[in-house]
Design a protein around this ligand. Sequence first.
Ligand SMILES: NC(=O)c1ccc[n+]([C@@H]2O[C@H](COP(=O)([O-])OP(=O)(O)OC[C@H]3O[C@@H](n4cnc5c(N)ncnc54)[C@H](OP(=O)(O)O)[C@@H]3O)[C@@H](O)[C@H]2O)c1
Length: 302
Amino acid sequence: MSDFNIESIPSQKGRVAIVTGSNTGLGFETAMALAKKEMKVILACRNNNKAEKAKQLILKKVPGADIEVRIIDLSSLKSVREFAKNFLKDYDKLDLLINNAGIMIPPYSKTEDGFESQMGANYFSHFLLTGLLIDVITKTPGSRIVTLSSIAHKNGQINFEDLHWEKKYSAINAYGQSKLACLMFAYELKRRLEKAGSKTLSLAAHPGVSNTELARHIPKLVLYPLMPVFLLMSHTPDKGALPTLMAALSENAQSGDYYGPQGFREMKGKPGKAFSSDASRDQDVARRLWDISEELTGIKYL
Ligand SMILES: NC(=O)c1ccc[n+]([C@@H]2O[C@H](COP(=O)([O-])OP(=O)(O)OC[C@H]3O[C@@H](n4cnc5c(N)ncnc54)[C@H](OP(=O)(O)O)[C@@H]3O)[C@@H](O)[C@H]2O)c1
């Protein structure tokens, strides 16, 4: 499983992908790689200017690429619903949904729906987006849903008593919770798809450590002195995107697989099977999280 080679993946012409948060970082590299494989790629982004610039960059490297920009703000359930509604007006298939967009350790704030911002953007909105698109995905043969987690899921726990960090906010623990939620969601989605008799695969991936804009909320005074060590431990976003691409495109991939880099502490290296904490495999917690997610986002599926 660790010999995934993107070069040997055949053309994906005729297939459609949505990549959330694809104007920069890992999402951008994922979109670029899919475009190289002739897939139609929808850049699902919150900022039109940034997304159009990303589209032009991809077109420069992949002339003739089939790229479309569509606006989604994952800190707003209304925006997610609007995105899905418009997509479903124009498309009757979806081969690949990549739940990639994310934020890390911002100052405390809430989304317009009252969710702690990381839980809202990283997890709840992707839960809703997947649910709104599930019918079109499951009727598309060979379809997959890939959700981004992180090494940080290992430090996370789902704190049902204070899901939105209203009592005491820890930015890093809130990030860990959101990424654990993403991983548990990918597993629970796999179980529910199989139970429903669907052949759609649900997988998860993490990039290890990659130098992207994700660190934007870390103060420069803290970040800059750490930069040399950080660069040594990390790999470039095109390499960081490989576990996601493995989940999206590998012929050997199976539903419920979780991929990440195979190097020291999974920080960088070739993609392969990743370590998943015991907490991430807790099916009781996963079911409870699913129920609460349905309640809070107002959608029931599978
Ligand atoms: N980089 C790493 O080392 C690392 C490690 C583990 C996991 N990850 C995961 O990988 C994924 C991608 O992160 P990255 O490293 O590529 O970070 P990045 O460079 O900061 O890119 C994040 C993307 O998400 C978008 N986004 C953020 N909030 C959004 C919102 N409310 N609505 C729509 N889009 C939104 C950003 O859009 P704007 O540009 O408009 O802000 C951007 O396109 C995340 O899920 C992250 O948790 C990254």
